[in-house]
Structures are given as structure tokens and as C-alpha cells.
Design a protein around this ligand. Structure first.
Ligand code: FES
Length: 403
């Protein structure tokens, strides 16, 4: 399952063609005509904002002879012109212009030759998702019990109704690993933290002194169904959630947000979601650094990782400027934590295809038990030494694959 081409092809059909997939964020296409070139599995898709205000998702494949109709990562346009023979499509993906159309037979109906649209598009707290599956449940049903944690995690720091925005460009790079290693990691793999020891001893965090982040409170894992894995944190309410000595304005902003969050959410404020993987490959890091991670499959031993960083839209500019270098020194191709992870994923993918090892099972059996928590959904496990979320991910994977 980590290296076989045939299994990989089945994954594209049975998992990536059937699931809801994260394709972008509302803040990337705020205006009519805005577009963002995204991916669903191996397929390149265009996410666009049409005149009716809707977000649309369609294949970036010309219906004439397959050329890409859009070759920019993002931008604003009225039409997508195919550079090959100049067919043009509007922001809904409908075919509008065909040069020399008088030479086409009467039976040629432009309405039948629009760009291929996904079956469904839906938004959740600013994130935009799409699926090719006509039979897919609603996005809300698909997210199930992951919804509430994700709702607050994807919202502003103060737990209110404000917005967040993708800040800066999208970092994209290829990793020679199977996409599932990335999903496992985002959705609940507590023991891998040991591999960040060297980063913890360096100084990339937003505080003074060594470290890569704010100290965590106590961490808890929960698998909420459909293969989704989430990690929550419990922190004392009395303690300001962020305090960055290196930037007074940033510190004050987050401390003020934390106070407002407690006023709004009460006890629940102390149990924020910090990490998640929404099956199959939508990763979220919702405490600093705040990041979306899409691990797009490129083959059984390769994936293309996309990191999109986000900040509160109404945060002071100094806070955004302060966070940006921190975010990219933590995550992404230049991020120290990410580089630790990539070493693991690269070599685990390589190790999994060694002939003598390939038919032997991996263990995935650690389980420290579970309990119910008033604020965290599902069966909750303490952070340390449990592979419950990974097991839930692979149960969902096996169900979809028909095993
Ligand atoms: Fe697009 Fe011919 S391939 S117009």
C-alpha cells in the first residue's frame, strides 16, 4: 500500500474520485474573476469566482484536445483562453468562443463542450471543498463530528465570527514519499515528536530562547469517523494563550483575543483543536503556525505538498509580518520541522518497498485506551503512545478500497 502502482491507481479512483477534497480558501478568490489553480488527486482543477458570486471548480483540460486552458497559479480573468486553438471558457467553465465555428456541423452544441465540472462544491468556515462523487453526502455530513473542532480551528483566534485569510503565496514542493505518510502525521502520530528534538533545541519559535513553538498544554487524540483524525489541546484558561516577547503588538493582539475567546466559549475555550487530517489528505495545523497542508498524490512514491499559511484577517499588520518568517521557518520546504518530517516520510517510503520487507505487516497496534470528554468529540485518547487515529485512517482507507 505504500509503493504498489496498482494499489495507487485504485486509490485515485476509489478514494480521490469519491471523497470531498480541500481545493482552496475563500480568501484566495474574494472577487469576481479571481481564480486559483488547485488539485484533486492528480487532476489539475481551476477554482474560480463567477459573476453570481459562486465558487466553481472544473478541470483545467480543454475539451478540444486537452491543452491546459490556464497556466497561471492564480489571478483574475474574464475568460480562460486555450492557447492551442483559442477556444474560450467563462468563469463557470462554459464554452463561449470557438474560432471558425461556421466550419463545425450544426450538431455541434457549445453547451455540451464546457470544461468538466466537479459534482459538488461546498464551503466550510472559509475552506472550499469539491468532490467528483454525485452520491457523496453533504460536506457537513462528511466532516461529521470533526466539524466543531475544525470550525473554531479555522476561525479567528478570538473564537468569534471574524475571518482568517491565506497569507502570502502557496508553498509547493515534491516529496519522494507516499501521500499516506503525510496524512498519518497530520491526523495523529504522537510519537514522531521525538524526531523534532534538534529543532526544539534550536531557536525558531516566536518567543525568546530556544524552541520551535509555544509550549503545548496536554494533548488528546480523537478519531471522529470517516477516517478523520484530530488532536486537541487542554490549556488552563487563566494562562494567556500567546505571549510573544519578541513582538509587543503581536503579544497584545493574541492575549486580547484569548480573553475574548474565554468570554465567548467559557470552559470550552481551553480545549482548542490543534491538528487534524480530514480524510484523505487535507491537513490542518490550527495553532501557531496556522497552516493548511494538502498532500497531492503524484504516484505511489511521490506527492506534491502544498502549504498555505493563514492569519486572522483583522490582525495588526505587525502581527502578520511577525508571524510570516516564523511560519516559513517552521513549515514548508524551508521549515525545520517539515524537514525533520520529510526525512521520515522519504525513508519510510523507501524502506517500505524493500523486497524482503514488503510482505511483512507494520504494527499500528499501540493503544493507550480511550474515554469520553465533555468538550472533545468521539472516543478520546491521551496524546502519548497511541496509534488509534492512524488505525481509524486505515480502516476508512480499507473500506473505500473494498478490502
Ligand atoms: Fe484547446 Fe484546441 S486544445 S483549443
Amino acid at each position: 500500500m505504500f509503493h504498489d502502482q496498482e494499489i495507487y491507481e485504485q486509490e485515485l479512483e476509489l478514494i480521490f474520485r469519491k471523497s470531498w477534497l480541500l481545493v482552496g480558501h475563500e480568501s484566495q478568490i474574494p472577487n469576481v474573476g479571481d481564480f486559483f489553480l488547485s488539485r484533486m488527486g492528480e487532476d489539475q482543477v481551476i477554482l474560480s469566482r463567477s459573476k453570481d458570486g459562486k465558487a466553481n471548480v472544473f478541470l483545467n483540460t480543454c475539451r478540444h484536445k486537452g491543452m491546459r486552458v490556464c497556466r497561471y497559479d492564480e489571478g483574475n480573468t474574464k475568460l480562460f483562453y486555450c492557447p492551442y486553438h483559442a477556444w474560450s471558457y467563462d468563469l463557470n467553465g462554459d464554452l463561449k468562443g470557438v474560432p471558425e465555428s461556421e466550419n463545425y456541423p450544426e450538431s455541434f452544441n457549445k453547451k455540451e463542450w464546457g470544461l468538466i465540472k466537479v459534482a459538488k462544491v461546498a464551503s466550510f468556515r472559509g475552506t472550499i471543498w469539491a468532490t467528483w462523487n454525485e452520491e457523496a453526502p453533504s460536506l457537513e455530513d462528511y466532516l461529521g463530528d470533526a466539524k466543531e473542532g475544525l470550525w473554531y480551528g479555522l476561525g479567528p483566534w478570538d473564537g468569534g465570527d471574524g475571518e482568517v485569510e491565506v497569507y502570502g503565496g502557496v508553498q509547493k514542493w515534491n516529496i519522494p514519499c507516499n501521500w499516506k505518510f503525510v496524512s498519518e502525521n497530520s491526523g495523529g502520530d504522537p510519537l514522531h515528536n521525538i524526531s523534532h528534538m534538534s529543532t526544539d533545541l534550536s531557536k525558531i519559535g516566536p518567543r525568546e530562547g530556544v524552541g520551535r513553538r509555544d509550549p503545548f498544554g496536554e494533548l488528546f487524540l480523537t478519531a471522529t469517523g470517516n477516517g478523520h483524525g484530530l488532536i486537541f489541546e487542554k490549556v488552563p484558561l487563566a494562562k494567556p494563550r500567546e505571549h510573544y516577547q519578541l513582538s509587543k503588538i503581536t503579544s497584545e493582539y493574541f492575549e486580547d483575543c484569548w480573553r475574548r475567546r474565554i468570554d465567548r466559549l467559557g470552559e470550552k475555550a481551553g480545549s482548542p483543536m490543534v491538528l487534524a487530517n480530514i480524510f484523505p489528505n487535507a491537513g490542518f495545523h490550527t495553532q501557531q503556525p496556522r497552516v493548511f497542508l494538502m498532500a497531492h498524490p503524484n504516484g505511489p512514491r511521490s506527492c506534491q505538498a502544498w502549504r498555505m499559511f493563514f492569519v486572522d484577517k483583522d490582525a495588526p499588520q505587525e502581527a502578520k509580518d511577525f508571524l510570516r518568517p516564523y511560519y516559513i521557518s517552521y513549515s514548508g520546504p524551508g521549515g525545520m520541522t517539515e524537514q525533520d518530517d520529510m526525512e521520515n516520510w522519504n525513508y519510510a517510503s523507501e524502506g517500505a518497498r524493500v523486497r524482503a520487507a514488503k510482505d511483512a505487516p507494520f504494527s499500528y497496534v499501540a493503544d493507550s485506551g480511550s474515554f469520553k470528554d465533555p468538550f472533545i468529540p468521539g472516543n478520546v485518547s491521551k496524546w502519548w503512545m497511541t496509534e488509534r487515529n492512524n488505525v481509524a485512517f486505515y480502516h476508512a482507507w480499507a473500506d473505500r478500497m473494498g478490502y
